[in-house]
Design a protein around this ligand. Structure first.
Ligand SMILES: *[C@@H]1O[C@H](CO)[C@@H](O)[C@H](O)[C@H]1NC(C)=O
Ligand SMILES: *[C@@H]1O[C@H](CO)[C@@H](O)[C@H](O)[C@H]1NC(C)=O
Ligand SMILES: *[C@@H]1O[C@H](CO)[C@@H](O)[C@H](O)[C@H]1NC(C)=O
Ligand SMILES: *[C@@H]1O[C@H](CO)[C@@H](O)[C@H](O)[C@H]1NC(C)=O
Ligand SMILES: *[C@@H]1O[C@H](CO)[C@@H](O)[C@H](O)[C@H]1NC(C)=O
Ligand SMILES: *[C@@H]1O[C@H](CO)[C@@H](O)[C@H](O)[C@H]1NC(C)=O
Ligand SMILES: *[C@@H]1O[C@H](CO)[C@@H](O)[C@H](O)[C@H]1NC(C)=O
Ligand SMILES: *[C@@H]1O[C@H](CO)[C@@H](O)[C@H](O)[C@H]1NC(C)=O
Ligand SMILES: *[C@@H]1O[C@H](CO)[C@@H](O)[C@H](O)[C@H]1NC(C)=O
Ligand SMILES: *[C@@H]1O[C@H](CO)[C@@H](O)[C@H](O)[C@H]1NC(C)=O
Ligand SMILES: *[C@@H]1O[C@H](CO)[C@@H](O)[C@H](O)[C@H]1NC(C)=O
Length: 791
């Protein structure tokens, strides 16, 4: 969604728009949207059988007007609100952003971003982050957390919101989705998997209008073939549904020409049909462009209801009163409306939100500039809860730990790290020091370290430990001298030897950054604020230059092979304990074990899957993003084209060394039909897709002299049809080992892991031929491999 605080420069918002539903049969080169109607009813299968009985009983007591309210957001204390029905003892639903924090809140934590979380490759930490985040949403009285993010997944290095999500690898993102959702929901808060689906760029993500409301151009259409949809973009959502996610948010973009929130194939067909999703489809904020078409197309909740975006005013939405009208005039079957509400109320009962859920913190309502009190249409939101409740608990410790364990060590020449009690330290760069423009919804300010990106996925900091602050604290203990130079222009244009006295310092720590935000794609893969020149300038003088990046994701790092750049750490957006986390790694209190959740290419021009930009046309349907690269994104592409890269997916150094041995591949079942026998669909799709067919074991040993963790990774070569990537991640395990210790890791390969999506059969199929099972420490550092036919 888009906070009203954000610049909405790209959108000309008319006073009242007449927006026609898009032509859902528009033909792109990817064909049309196969119509899938009617929208399937929820059944509660997969564990919600008891809850759905309660939900149905609730629905049976509602009037039609109450039903219309329940599927339509309304202005209220939270960024999304469902109005209370006091008559039925229902106190409404409070929906809050976002992926790294409860955004509209005070006394709440800012956690590491999704990209950092993925870089841990640590299931347990990802789960713990979910639990802690869920506890903060709950503590503030928010029933629905608008997180986690599997789309954007990272088709393009430039996409503005990649940092909110996890990784361009669907397997890794799928695990991150599952652990996050299970963590959040373990404390009784509904998780929302977003943004369904193929939401891979910000540019023209929404339609554009003339001031009088006339449509200029529809939003970008992600044109994705069926196999790519299944094997990449849908994949992590299958994990989300399998984990019992309460809600799935449909995205702003069109898919094959039809808006995601009215696309019957994606919502009725793929999500509710094939994946067996039992919760509700919720729109992204302002992502609804029709009433009946959206409802029939599978949308269950219109958020935030009518608002001042895209010409709608509060109280006037495609849903709301139109639902009542449509039922009364016979164009909408009441049973569809009942299913919408059953889907909304089932997770509510399943998670026990009807009993003892904390009240909404009134301070959040005051901070909510999106629907301030002056816009509320009802007195039914009663805010009797205690104000400004501190929900941070001891989460700072977990945040510090994830921050350190998500910091990827890319280079460490001559073991310059960990630092060996340097007595003279020079700190450079505008990313080292305190934030100069506030703690909330920052822009790409010049001075101050970055702990998060911008937009609805940002957080409101209550404190921030900067790198400089944490380095000073450590230096004081060590009795070290610290000098600081935070002006990038000065550093980049100076002979650094004239700045630093005495010369040379034992180590030069350079902190540089890259901003990214919602509603905007990145223009470049360079570090911001001339960061590359800052590094060059320092390295020309300082033979021990250590570079730390705080960045939304991919940077080109042209200085990577500079002999004086002795170490590079990619710390991404590590949250409120940023400085403590990086000092823990720099000084060796934490041995780095993070891995790159994407690939850094040698040249900017090497990347594919670029966002569609600069469409010069008056055709309202001109914005077409053809996903022609199909499965070849990130390492799948570089591997398929045999291209050398700077740092590959899965790569990351440690202060120790590790070895792998003893590959064992075992069949876990008697016989394996190529296509699973039919079983009734359950959340996650055919349950057989989640059956373990093979296990792969390997023994990992810490051969260095310090303890630390590493991440053995399993890549599988599937002998699938043309276009099958050379190898794909199908397992990883983070293992902590004392120096000299060994451990046996086991990867479980489920049916889906060994299959390709067969577009003719419309089934996952395990192909004939030899598979290769390769275990290593990155996608290009394979230590063990074996080939065999699995059928
Ligand atoms: C939708 O597009 C198709 C194919 O371009 C065209 O035949 C049809 O007339 C359009 N329908 C509407 C309602 O514009
Ligand atoms: C998109 O178009 C392709 C055909 O080119 C089709 O196979 C696929 O099902 C469509 N997907 C959606 C969600 O419309
Ligand atoms: C959903 O259930 C209702 C009965 O409650 C039934 O009338 C309707 O046909 C069902 N819809 C589908 C798509 O099965
Ligand atoms: C019905 O939808 C239209 C937009 O198509 C909106 O202008 C109107 O206010 C809605 N009606 C009600 C009663 O909400
Ligand atoms: C019924 O009401 C809906 C919602 O206002 C409207 O879109 C539809 O055109 C109406 N249908 C008929 C047949 O009047
Ligand atoms: C790193 O080690 C190599 C070989 O031992 C040596 O030639 C080089 O000078 C060292 N570089 C630094 C920056 O210490
Ligand atoms: C940063 O350095 C440049 C170049 O020396 C100078 O022009 C600028 O005023 C400095 N900025 C601040 C805030 O000191
Ligand atoms: C590395 O640093 C030394 C100073 O210690 C300097 O003399 C040398 O030119 C630098 N190397 C490069 C390639 O800039
Ligand atoms: C990729 O490189 C390897 C080894 O350099 C070579 O064996 C293989 O044929 C190449 N593949 C392609 C598609 O060029
Ligand atoms: C694989 O490793 C697990 C422990 O991680 C162990 O329980 C299992 O027996 C091993 N399998 C084989 C075939 O050795
Ligand atoms: C498949 O692997 C087996 C060993 O497991 C080997 O004997 C056979 O030659 C391989 N077949 C092909 C086509 O590579």
């Amino acid at each position: 969604m888009l906070s009203s605080l954000l610049p909405i420069a790209a959108l000309v918002v008319p006073a009242f728009a007449v927006v026609q539903p898009s032509n859902t049969t528009i033909l792109g080169q990817y064909g049309h949207v196969p119509p899938v109607y009617p929208s399937p009813n929820a059944t509660g299968v997969g564990g919600w059988e008891g809850a759905i009985v309660k939900a149905r009983a609730f629905v049976s007591q509602m009037t039609l007007e109450e039903k219309a309210d329940m599927v339509t957001g309304t202005p209220g204390p939270c960024v999304g609100n469902i109005v209370p029905i006091l008559r039925l003892g229902f106190s409404g639903l409070c929906l809050q952003d976002g992926p790294l924090s409860i955004r509209v809140a005070d006394y709440a934590s800012v956690f590491p971003a999704g990209v950092s979380t993925a870089a841990t490759f640590d299931r347990d930490l990802i789960y713990q982050r979910g639990v802690a985040m869920g506890a903060e949403f709950r503590g503030k009285g928010s029933h629905v957390a608008l997180t986690p993010v599997a789309s954007p997944m990272g088709r393009s290095a430039y996409a503005g919101r990649n940092w909110e999500g996890f990784s361009p690898d669907p397997y890794l993102t799928g695990v991150c989705m599952a652990e996050s959702i299970e963590g959040i929901q373990s404390v009784g808060v509904q998780a929302t998997a977003k943004h369904w689906v193929a939401n891979e760029q910000e540019t023209q993500r929404n339609p554009s209008y003339e001031a009088d409301g006339t449509l200029i151009q529809e939003s970008v259409s992600s044109n994705v073939d069926d196999r790519t949809m299944h094997e990449l973009y849908m994949w992590p959502f299958a994990n989300a549904v399998k984990s019992g996610v309460s809600s799935v948010m449909c995205s702003y973009n069109r898919i094959n020409g039809s808006y995601a929130c009215e696309n019957s194939k994606s919502q009725n067909g793929l999500l509710k049909g094939e994946l067996g999703f039992q919760g509700y489809s919720m729109s992204d904020w302002g992502g609804v462009h029709s009433g009946l078409s959206s409802i029939e197309g599978g949308l269950d909740m219109n958020m935030p209801g009518g608002i001042g975006l895209y010409g709608m005013t509060w109280g006037h939405s495609y849903f709301g009163g139109n639902v009542t009208l449509a039922v009364n005039n016979g164009s909408l079957d009441l049973s569809r409306v009942d299913d919408m509400i059953t889907r909304i109320m089932t997770p509510y009962y399943f998670l026990g939100q009807d009993v003892g859920f904390p009240e909404i913190d009134p301070s959040g309502a005051d901070l909510n500039t999106f629907s301030p009190k002056s816009t509320w249409l009802t007195d039914d939101f009663v805010l009797n809860g205690r104000r400004s409740r501190d929900v941070r608990a001891d989460h700072g410790e977990l945040i510090r730990q994830i921050g350190a364990e998500s910091t990827v060590l890319l280079k460490n020449l001559n073991n310059t790290l960990p630092l060996k009690a340097p007595t003279s330290i020079a700190v450079f760069g505008n990313d080292a020091g305190p934030d100069t423009q506030g703690f909330y919804n920052q822009v790409d300010f010049e001075y101050g370290t970055l702990s998060s990106g911008g937009g609805s996925g940002t957080g409101r900091l209550t404190y921030l430990v900067t790198p400089l602050e944490a380095i000073n604290a450590k230096a004081q203990i060590d009795g070290a001298l610290v000098q600081q130079f935070l002006n990038n222009t000065l550093i980049a244009t100076s002979d650094v030897s004239t700045l630093v006295i005495p010369t040379p310092p034992d180590v030069c720590l350079v902190f540089v950054k890259t901003w990214a935000e919602e509603a905007k794609d990145r223009q470049s893969l360079d570090l911001d604020w001339d960061g590359n020149s800052v590094v060059e300038s320092v390295a020309a003088y300082c033979a021990n230059t250590v570079v730390v990046t705080h960045s939304s994701g991919i940077n080109n790092l042209p200085f990577a092979n500079h002999p004086n750049v002795t170490a590079i750490l990619a710390a991404h957006y590590s949250g409120q304990e940023s400085g403590n986390s990086i000092v823990d790694v720099l000084y060796g209190a934490v041995n780095p074990s993070a891995k790159l959740p994407y690939t850094i290419a040698l040249e900017d021009d090497d990347y594919n899957g670029l966002p569609t930009t600069s469409v010069e046309s008056s055709d309202p349907d001109a914005w077409q993003a053809n996903f022609d690269e199909k499965l070849e994104i990130d390492y799948r592409y570089f591997d398929a084209k045999n291209m050398s890269v700077l740092y590959e997916f899965g790569f990351g150094l440690s202060y120790s060394t590790f070895e792998l041995a003893s590959l064992k591949i075992s069949k876990a079942v008697e016989s394996i039909p190529a296509v699973a026998d039919f079983q009734p669909t359950a959340p996650g799709g055919n349950p057989a897709l989640w059956d373990t067919l093979y296990t792969v074991n390997a023994t990992v040993t810490n051969t260095g002299d310090v303890s630390g963790a590493t991440v053995p990774q399993l890549y599988v070569t599937i002998p699938g049809p043309v276009g099958t990537p050379p190898k794909q991640l199908r397992g990883f395990e983070k293992v902590f080992l004392e120096a000299g210790a060994s451990s046996e890791v086991q990867f479980s390969l489920m049916r889906r892991d060994l299959s390709y999506w067969d577009v003719i059969l419309q089934e996952w199929a395990v192909p004939e031929g030899n598979f290769t099972f390769a275990v290593g420490f990155s996608s290009r550092d394979i230590k063990l491999s074996a080939s065999l036919a699995v059928l």
